[in-house]
Design a protein around this ligand. Structure first.
Ligand code: KG4
Ligand code: ZN
Length: 348
């Protein structure tokens, strides 16, 4: 089934202000018709959290309070749109850090109320998936798609059968892929966030230097990364002189190998027309390269969001809101933030 990127032409372009504050990025963006990015501003709090080796929730929510108003103002300015002229205001309502989510949701509701436009609460996981629609206003998406969602908090394989229609195929039984990157980076002394640091260092290493285990290799679609992390720690204890680049490259190879093998397996099983990568780990250069190669070999479309749109941003929130507004209408103004919100799934 071919699903057009923009359904039955709406009478006028619809511009949505998206807001993202689920973790440690304060972001706002204006997106037209769910795909054309008019502006995308991301203010990272990474420096505030780096010395703690991870995100400190209390620091994150306070920083969102300070940063959000200027970030929204900048997004509107870059898009050359006056606030009252946006057609809807959307914010991530979960999952994420509750204090951080509340800052964005409250701001979005207040603006929607003042400007007299709909408010849309967006699922952060769905937003990551819709990052693939951004910057592709003319591309058609053929369903079903095999979606690999890999972020700091989640790792799941999903069959996307239509817009907003997801069937869970498998997920991690312990750590998320991004969490594994962050933990291994910490033991290698590469700092936080670990994914980009490992990606960079691994470019100078030999991915075949150390044969790290591929967790749950025999299970169809489930993932496990905690054993791999322990293997890296054990290896470093036994080989304190080990080359950091080789360890980083071999670890990355083990993660990417499992992710690509299982996504391909899932795509074959569901007869997927294409594969979509989503979430912060989708910015990984080797994962992107391998997934692209697999798609070319299997004659499938590859939907890879640009690297900037893989990690947390508000353009993806506005894109997902555009589709949700069409399928479900506006969210009620009493919608709360939900730290544990799940991707809405079809029965398996
Ligand atoms: O999606 P995201 O920005 O936030 C969550 O919703 O969790 O993902 C953040 C995760 C972090 O664990 C980070 O280390 C990882 O994505 N990440 C990467 C890369 N860039 C970000 N992992 C591997 N390679 C990268 N280039
Ligand atoms: Zn995210």
């Amino acid at each position: 089934m071919t699903v057009p990127n923009t359904p039955a032409a709406p009478s006028a372009p619809l511009r949505i202000l998206g807001i993202e504050t689920s973790c440690d990025e304060t972001a706002a963006a204006v997106v037209e018709d769910g795909a054309r990015v008019l502006s995308s501003v991301v203010s990272s709090q990474v420096d505030l959290h780096a010395r703690f080796g991870g995100v400190v929730p209390e620091i994150a929510s306070r920083a969102h309070v300070d940063l959000l108003t200027p970030v929204i103002a900048e997004a509107l300015l870059h898009a050359s749109v006056d606030g009252p002229d946006v057609d809807a205001v959307a914010a991530t309502s979960g999952p994420g850090l509750i204090g951080s989510l509340l800052v964005g949701v409250s701001a979005a509701k207040a603006l929607a109320l003042v400007w007299g436009v709909p408010f849309v609460g967006v699922n952060h996981l769905e937003a990551h998936i819709y990052a693939a629609w951004l910057e592709e206003p003319d591309r058609s998406f053929e369903m079903p798609l095999a979606v690999l969602l890999v972020s700091g908090g989640h790792t799941m394989l999903v069959a996307m059968e239509g817009h907003g229609q997801y069937r869970l195929l498998g997920q991690t039984i312990d750590d998320a892929a991004g969490e594994a990157f962050d933990k291994v980076a910490r033991v290698l002394g590469l700092g936080y966030p670990g994914g980009p640091a490992i990606d960079k260092v691994a470019a100078d290493g030999d991915p075949t230097a150390i044969a790290f285990p591929r967790g749950l290799a025999d299970d169809a679609y489930s993932f496990s990364f905690s054993g791999l992390k322990t293997s890296v720690i054990t290896y470093l204890r036994k080989h304190p002189e080990a080359d950091t680049a080789d360890v980083a490259a071999s670890f990355q190879e083990a993660v990417v190998d499992v992710l690509v093998t299982k996504t391909r397996r899932a795509a074959n099983a569901i007869g997927a027309k294409g594969i979509c990568l989503a979430g912060g780990v989708a910015a990984n250069s080797v994962l992107r390269e391998r997934m692209l190669d697999a798609c070319i070999q299997d004659d499938r479309s590859a939907f890879l969001p640009s690297r900037a749109m893989c990690t947390d941003n508000a353009a993806m929130v506005a894109a997902a809101a555009w589709w949700r507004l069409r399928s479900d209408g506006p969210s009620p103004l009493d919608l709360g933030a939900d730290a544990n919100l799940r991707l809405p799934l079809l029965p398996t």
